[in-house]
Design a protein around this ligand. Structure first.
Ligand SMILES: Cc1ncc(COP(=O)(O)O)c(C=O)c1O
Length: 378
């Protein structure tokens, strides 16, 4: 008998998507078809409405009173590049952490080559960054703090609200990478006073791959990463078109809108409660397996829905292959695009095994995964 496939790699990209997402993408491709914002005929207008509705849904998700402050991107990486490259100039100083994903790490490395000064603060043993370390790193030329809301290796929710407030009080731009949290954990750009937020659409927002977004608070105008769009050669575009040069991924954005509508309908709190139940079961089950070492906090309430760990006697890559081939279980293994976080965790260069349940994961799936891990351990 063929085994049911168990997908536990939602931190890389979520699967499956809500039915409404498949339907919406199909509808836009088959029936709507026009280029949003590029004509006044009904198909283009309808495509424009679909994009607008998706923007409104994303704005509601992050509590942005004005949806025009949300621009669509192809992923979080593009949004992070727009944020960092838009804010930082040679001789500026930026503070970040050693928990970052390569989308931040490599962008900062490129900016360093261009003359930007970079300081990376350490993490505590559980993988949390501390406000006091940010405060201590601030210099006269500190222009920005850029950090993740939740590391894709450590999985802990960083105390970003206090960091955002501190930055605002000092006139430092706070750039938040919410790739692992948007749709899975509450985000309030207004209450937290966030300056710039970057996120993916294809993880917990439950949209298709090739989607993401950036929020830029009123009062900050970032230059575009790509030039183009409508108007004359010297037309300065307003948000959101300013950051959206070129034809939009209308089917993808429509799917993202449907994903976010689903999240809003279910409620982030309910989604988080379900996922944390699964994470608690995972942490408990893994702790009982000999040779397993979990990266990050043992407290599920401080986590997002991912647990990375190593296991004595087997490399992460071998464990991943065995889980897939023998048990039909999909997890992520290796260095999870965050080499500095792995160095801090002592898991470089082999990396870790990362299990990331999603909203459609059940406790049965987790039990099957834990049973497989116990067998592999033996
Ligand atoms: C913490 C974090 N930041 C940024 C990204 C980049 O997201 P994307 O691949 O959608 O650009 C990821 C993706 O795994 C991530 O986990």
């Amino acid at each position: 008998m063929k085994k049911e496939l168990i997908y536990l790699d939602n931190a890389a990209t979520s699967h499956p998507k809500p039915q409404a997402v498949y339907k919406k993408v199909d509808l836009v491709l088959r029936k709507i078809g026009g280029n949003p914002g590029r004509a006044s005929h009904r198909m283009a207008m309808e495509a424009g409405r679909v994009v607008f509705n998706a923007r409104e849904a994303v704005a509601r998700l992050i509590n942005s009173p004005d949806s025009s402050r949300v621009a669509f991107t192809k992923n979080a990486t593009e949004a992070i590049n727009i944020g960092l490259k838009g804010v930082l100039r040679p001789k500026d100083h930026v503070i970040s952490t050693v928990a970052e994903h390569n989308s931040v790490v490599k962008t900062l490395a490129a900016l360093k080559d261009a003359g930007v000064e970079v300081t990376k603060i350490a993490l505590d043993d559980q993988g949390f960054a501390r406000l006091k370390d940010i405060k201590a790193a601030v210099k006269k030329n500190t222009r920005a703090v850029a950090m993740t809301h939740a590391s894709n290796v450590y999985g802990g929710l960083q105390p970003v609200e206090e960091m955002s407030r501190f930055c605002r009080s000092r006139g430092i731009t706070f750039i938040l990478d919410a790739a692992q949290t948007a749709g899975a954990s509450p985000i309030d750009v207004k209450k937290w006073g966030l300056d710039v937020l970057a996120a993916t659409g294809h993880k917990s927002c439950l949209g298709p791959q090739g989607t993401g977004f950036i929020y830029v608070r009123p009062g900050i105008e970032l230059p575009p990463l790509l030039n183009g769009g409508t108007g004359d050669f010297d037309t300065i575009l307003e948000m959101p078109e300013r950051l959206e040069a070129g034809t939009l991924n209308a089917p993808g954005i429509a799917g993202l809108g449907a994903g976010v509508e689903f999240v809003l309908k279910e409620g982030v709190a309910k989604i988080r409660a379900h996922e944390l139940g699964l994470v608690a079961a995972l942490l408990k089950g893994l702790a009982g397996i000999k040779g397993v070492k979990i990266i990050g906090t043992q407290d599920p309430l401080k986590r997002v829905s991912l647990v990375a760990f190593t296991m004595e006697g087997i490399t992460p890559a071998e464990a991943g292959t065995r889980l897939d081939e023998r048990y039909s279980i999909m997890v992520r293994t290796g260095v999870l695009c965050a080499p500095e976080a792995h160095r801090r965790a002592g898991t470089h260069p082999l990396g870790a095994i990362r299990v990331s349940p999603g909203y459609f994961t059940t406790h049965k799936h987790i039990e099957r995964f834990l049973k497989a891990m116990r067998e592999i351990a033996r």
